[in-house]
Design a protein around this ligand. Structure first.
Ligand code: IPD
Ligand code: CA
Ligand code: CA
Length: 259
């Protein structure tokens, strides 16, 4: 096994471990919920799941750096790899006791994102991909939707936590798209939207103002499932920019025209 193959195997194990932590808290009646902003929450489960993943990486790959949502940057000098972690994507769902939430882990080198894992604990579903290879759900290869028209397409999106503070909140884009496609879905988890786009459940997805840990793993999984990933104006995708359009090439181009 090369460096990436062994890291993705461990990423799956760490994501499953974090999923176990999350499910245990999910089934408890009381969660400890704090506010990061007016509507942006963090629970004790986010922190526990992240601690599990970071502790596991320290243990197995102490030479690697980490970027994690709740802990920020943990830099190791001369590291070749960086793990980008969202321990709980879909915190609002989780806090409401709605079952759609995921763990997202990407592995980055100087060549870009090399591998990604999205684990959905409630359904025990592991989506993953290695750069240049296929994408999988559990052990089965997945493929992007083959739809060619927006009017036949179900498209997912989401809204940023700053939506109540300024007008750059995706409403304009949403209102344009809703009349052009079959329907729009909002799961509350960018990672799940990307996993579902990769496997053809959604025909496309766009969102803005995301964070690297929301999309780094999912963007690679979409690509390796045969999809295309772009910025909102059709520019090359940069996971640090937080803007993303995903789908097959035709649908992505049609979405760029509408947005
Ligand atoms: C959020 C989810 C949501 C998206 C938000 C993200 P969190 O992540 O991915 O779908 O619309 O912009 O911040 O806070 O649940 O990890
Ligand atoms: Ca997130
Ligand atoms: Ca999160």
């Amino acid at each position: 096994m090369n460096d990436i193959e062994s890291r993705i195997e461990y990423a799956k194990i760490f994501a499953k471990g974090a999923g176990k932590v999350l499910l245990k808290r999910f089934k408890k009646r009381k969660l400890v919920i704090e506010k990061k902003g007016d509507i942006d929450l963090v629970t004790d489960a986010d922190k526990k799941a992240e601690a599990h993943i970071i502790g596991s990486i320290f243990n197995k790959f102490p030479e690697d750096s980490i970027l994690a949502e709740e802990s920020g940057d943990i830099l190791v000098k001369n590291s070749k790899y960086r793990w980008i972690i969202d321990p709980l994507d879909g915190t609002t769902n989780f806090a409401q006791k709605f079952y759609l939430f995921a763990v997202s882990i990407a592995i980055e080198s100087e060549r870009g994102i090399e591998a990604g894992v999205i684990y959905i604990p409630y359904f025990d579903e592991m989506y993953y991909a290695i750069k240049g290879k296929e994408a999988f759900l559990n052990n089965d290869p997945i493929k992007i939707s083959q739809k060619e028209k927006l009017i036949n397409s179900v498209i997912a999106t989401g809204f940023p936590y700053s939506k109540n503070e300024n007008n750059d909140n995706n409403l304009k884009e949403h209102n344009k798209m809703i009349t052009k496609c079959r329907d729009i879905r909002r799961t509350g988890s960018a990672a799940i939207d990307l996993a579902y786009t990769a496997s053809g459940i959604w025909d496309g997805y766009w969102e803005k103002k995301l964070k690297p840990w929301d999309i780094a793993a999912g963007a690679l999984i979409v690509k390796e499932a045969g999809g295309v990933i772009k910025g909102l104006k059709g520019e090359n995708f940069d996971y640090m920019s937080g803007n993303i359009i995903a789908g097959n090439e035709k649908i992505v181009n049609l979405m760029i025209n509408e947005l």
